[in-house]
Design a protein around this ligand. Structure first.
Ligand code: 5RP
Length: 220
């Protein structure tokens, strides 16, 4: 029987457990693939000290499994961060933030020694940008940043009815062909009022566990 997308997500989540050292605090991402990882983590919860979550939703799911959730300030640097992506290239550059958790994801990833990206095969692309690029902005800067994004060739759309865990809004930028993700990430970071942009290129993934119909492929 053919594997479903959920089967592939579950398979990469299971494979990611091998990257979790004993007795550590694990960085945990957000989204449907990260949720599968949280469920797998629950099976080995007695072997870890706890987790740092990249969103309120992931924190809730972790706690629901009886896994202690620590603040990053208390946990210090983490050995490993496991999270999904909306798009990823073979160079390990990603677009993230489809679930709106990009800011905390980028912070926890930055504080982690290894970023293990867990995705089904549909996320692997040659060029980033088909998936609209999420940008978290301070609400008062929304229109200004939208105008700047148009100058950069994008078509920003406000994510209606959505507020981030940090109390901000998200602009999803359509129609970008991101040929140089490191440069664009840096450019977007310079816009006043941008909290975080969804390009994870300056600090990409270290390992990609890709769920395919033939099993889990590991890319480094
Ligand atoms: C959330 C994210 C997620 O990692 C991304 O949206 C992928 O989610 P999923 O595993 O559900 O496809 O960046 O902000």
């Amino acid at each position: 029987m053919a594997l479903t997308q959920d089967d592939m997500k579950r398979a990469v989540a299971q494979a990611a457990i091998a990257y979790v050292p004993n007795d550590c605090i694990v960085g945990v991402g957000t989204g449907s693939t990260a949720n599968f990882f949280i469920d797998e983590l629950a099976r080995i919860k007695n072997k870890i000290r706890g987790a740092v979550a990249s969103s309120e939703a992931s924190a809730k799911r972790l706690q629901g499994h009886g896994i202690e959730v620590l603040s990053l300030n208390d946990a210090g640097d983490l050995p490993v961060y496991v999270d999904g992506a909306d798009e990823i290239t073979r160079h390990m550059h990603m677009v993230k933030g489809g679930g709106g958790a990009l800011t905390r994801e980028k912070i926890v990833a930055a504080a982690s020694q290894k970023f293990i990206c867990v995705c089904d095969a549909s996320k692997l692309v040659d060029v980033l940008g088909k998936f609209p690029l999420p940008i978290e902005v301070i609400p008062m800067a929304r229109s200004y940043i939208a105008r700047e994004l148009v100058k950069l060739g994008g078509q920003p759309k406000l994510r209606e009815g959505f507020t981030t865990d940090n109390g901000n809004v998200i602009l999803d930028v359509h129609n970008l062909q991101i040929m140089n993700p490191v440069e664009l990430e840096t450019t977007l970071n310079q816009l006043a009022g941008v909290v975080t942009n969804g390009l994870f290129a300056r600090r990409g993934a270290d390992v990609l566990l890709l769920g395919t119909p033939d099993g889990v492929r590991t890319l480094t």
